[in-house]
Every structure is written in C-alpha cells, then in structure tokens.
Design a protein around this ligand. Structure first.
Ligand SMILES: C[S@@+](CC[C@H](N)C(=O)[O-])C[C@H]1O[C@@H](n2cnc3c(N)ncnc32)[C@H](O)[C@@H]1O
Length: 420
C-alpha cells in the first residue's frame, strides 16, 4: 500500500536537494513502524486495522535484501522521514522480475516531494535489481497516491472491487503498474566487457551516485582517516568496499589485507548492515618499505590496527598465501555452506589464480573489487593483473561496473554466464 501525498512542486525542488536515501537498518525499525502506524487510522493507505509493533514486523523487515528487494529509508537532517520497500509480487518463479513497492512518508513531511523522490529512485534502480515491472496496490479512494503513481508512468492495470472492508465500508483496490524496461537510447560504453546493456549502465550510474551520497555522510570522514593511516587504496575504493560490505548478501573474502585499510572499511560496512557476516582476510605477512605505510611486521600491524578500530573480533585473519591448499580449506571451513557476496582482491598479480581458488564459493552477482588494473607505467604486475581481468570479462565471468581511484576495477561475478 502507498501513503502519498499530493505533491507541491514548489516545495519539492527545495526539499529534494536535502534528502538522502539509504538502505534501512534494523535500528530504523521503530521510526519505520511509527510512520506506518500513523497511517492506520486514516483508512486511506493500509488495510491494517490496528497499529503494529516492531517485534511483529521484524521477520517482514528481515525478508528484504539490498540487492534484490531492498528496504530504503529517506532522511532529512539525519532524521528518517519516510521509507520505501520492495517485495516479491507473487512467490512463483515467473513473477521473479515483478516487485510490489510500498511507500510511506511521515505526516509532517508530506507534500514535499519525498514520496516522489523515493519512487523515482525505485524506478531508476529497478533494472539493476533485476526488476522489470513494478506494481503498487492502492485503495481507489486514495486519490493523491493514484495521482502520483500516474505522474510517474504507472497505469491502472487492475481493479479489485469491494475487496476490503474498512469500518463497515467496502473499498476497491487498484493495481497500479509500470514496466521498467531498458532505456531506449544509451550512450556507448567503451572498454573491455562494456557490451553496454542498459541495466549495466544503470548499475554503473547508481554506483557513482551512491559514492556521491556517501560524501555527505559521516562515514566519509571516518574512512578518510582509515585511508591515511592504513591503506594504499583510494578513498573512493574504501567507500565502495564499505558500501558493498553493507549491502551484499553472503560473506566477505579479502585477499591481501596488508595492514588493514580495506579490511576495516569492510568491517564497518558489516557493522552498519546490522547483519552477521563472516569477514575473512588472507594475509601472509612480512615486511614492506613504502613511502607512507612502511612496516616491519605486517601481521602484527594488521591485528593491532583492527583492534584499534574495534573490529578485530569481526575479522578472521588467515596468515597464509591465498593459493595454499591449507588456506583454501580454511576458507571453505569458515564459510560452510555460505557463499561469498564480496571479494576484495589486492594481493599479487595472479588475479585469475585467486578467483579460480575460490570460484566455487562466489555467489552469482558477487561484488568484486580488483586492484592493480591500471597504471601509467604498465609494469609487470599491472599488465598481468589486467590481462587476467580482461580475459575473465571476455569469457563473461566478470561484469565491469567501473574503474575507481588510481587503479581499481569494480564489477560483479557472473557465474551463470561464465564460459571458463
Ligand atoms: C597492495 S597490498 C594490499 C593493500 C590493502 N588492500 C590496503 O587497503 O592498503 C598487497 C598485500 O597482499 C599480500 N599478498 C601478496 N601475495 C599474497 C597472496 N598470494 N595471498 C594473500 N596475500 C598476499 C602482501 O603481503 C601485501 O600485504
């Protein structure tokens, strides 16, 4: 169901600039439920007749997943003022591409374009979520919601007459729907693997957009400090690692942790996801001379830095080379039946070797961060890393979604298309 709001265009422009949309956390649930409950007595929005509770709604909240059926909240000045969720339209497989969306906005922030902003985001992101059609179920007497959906390209796909009884009155339900096709015109994407599908383009743009959004949030300053103290990677890459660790379904494997910069970024993402995720960091140790981050004992400094940032307990450090049979079995044992949803590869040049070692455990769609893809002097490490990545892209196993920082390749593992 949908609680909207006839929007006022004058206010909308000003207010939209200050909105931040992000994945909801379990800690947002009390305010999410408050916003929802406020609509119950109106009899306009939800078929729920009595207010609900956080406890009752926890299982429903946990059914969402950031990369398929996300649950977003919208914030203004750090305060949650609305939310939107995606859910399966119907459980049968043929409806996999169709999602039902619901949007609710705090009473005090209606008529400011909040619902419109959430819906626009849902429409824009649908293709990259694998969603080809969106539906909203709206009471026929909820004129503002119907109007807003119509403005955003939804049509009336169905009418369920007198299907609800609210305070003794029979009410109709309208099924509002719209397809979310790939865009008709698309700029060509160049470079290896950029076949340029529209959903891929959307995913690339969404990542850039996400990165921009994080620049306005406190995590940006926190990761800047982590980068300066502990990481060779670019701040943007650490932010993406944080983001993927937060949204990924599945566990996290990092190869080449060094003194912990990327590991800490991933751990903070896991912490902010509010979910339990296994975070494995493979690092054989040793010493390194570096203009900024020299160390005589990588393993010692890695553990010390994780402890200083309060994330040591969240990380399992495997102090061996990635390709050793003992390392592979330690990772398999730690993962059990679970799959990897984020792989961070920043060790030596043998990217293909490491991917092969853990390929069976990579989930389809696993987020991949692979460093050493680009360098002005095409030294041996970069040339070899890049050749490995390009081959896997050409084979359909890796889907590129962008190049970030100084030399990092970002994309997804496509197990189901991989011809290796
Ligand atoms: C470039 S550093 C990683 C930097 C780190 N990601 C950061 O945020 O600064 C590469 C690390 O990979 C480690 N390494 C090299 N070969 C490895 C392998 N086969 N398995 C695991 N780690 C490896 C090295 O010891 C080194 O600490």
């Amino acid at each position: 169901m949908t609680a909207v709001i006839s929007d006022d265009r004058r206010l909308q422009t000003a207010a939209a600039a200050g909105f931040t949309i992000r994945d909801a956390l379990e800690s947002d649930l009390p305010i999410v439920i408050d916003i929802y409950n406020a609509t119950v007595p109106t009899r306009m929005v939800t078929a729920e007749l009595e207010p609900t509770t956080v406890e009752a709604r926890l299982p429903w909240f946990r059914e969402h997943s950031s990369d398929q059926h996300p649950f977003w909240v919208v914030e203004s000045d750090g305060r949650v003022i609305g939310w939107l969720d995606f859910k399966k339209f119907l459980p049968r497989c043929a409806y996999r591409g169709t999602a039902e969306i619901s949007v609710y906005v705090d009473d005090r922030f209606r008529r400011q374009g909040v619902a419109r902003r959430l819906l626009e985001e849902a429409i824009a992101r649908a293709p990259s979520l694998g969603i080809t059609a969106l539906v909203g179920l709206i009471f026929a007497h909820n004129a503002p919601s119907l109007k807003l959906f119509e403005r955003l390209g939804f049509d009336r796909w169905g009418l369920l007459p007198r299907i609800a009884r609210l305070d003794g009155v029979e009410r109709d339900l309208i099924v509002m729907g719209r397809h979310c096709p790939a865009r008709a015109t698309r700029p060509a994407l160049h470079g290896p693997g950029f076949a340029g599908s529209d959903s891929q383009l959307n995913e690339c743009l969404n990542l850039m957009h996400t990165l921009m959004q994080y620049r306005q949030e406190p995590i940006h300053a926190q990761l800047l400090k982590i980068r300066d103290k502990y990481s060779m990677l670019h701040l943007d890459v650490l932010i993406l690692i944080y983001h993927f660790a937060k949204i990924c379904s599945g566990q996290i494997l990092e190869i080449g942790a060094f003194v912990g910069g990327a590991t800490i970024a991933a751990a903070l993402g896991v912490r902010d996801s509010g979910k339990r995720k296994t975070l494995l960091a493979i690092e054989p140790g040793g010493s390194l001379k570096h203009k900024r981050l020299s160390t005589r004992n990588i393993s010692r400094d890695l553990e010390r830095n994780l402890a200083r940032q309060g994330v040591l307990e969240m990380v399992t450090v495997i102090k061996r080379h990635s390709f050793k049979p003992e390392t592979i079995s330690a990772v398999q044992q730690a993962l059990g039946p679970d799959e990897i949803g984020l792989l961070i590869l920043d060790a030596d040049a043998a990217k293909r070797r490491d991917i092969q070692c853990y390929g069976e455990k990579l989930a389809d769609g696993c987020w991949m961060i692979i460093d050493d893809y680009y360098g002005s002097d095409l030294n041996t490490k970069i040339a070899a890393s890049r050749a490995d990545v390009d081959e896997l892209v050409a084979a359909g196993c890796l889907q590129p979604l962008g190049f970030y920082g100084w030399s990092t390749w970002v994309g997804r593992w496509r197990r189901n298309y991989c011809s290796c």
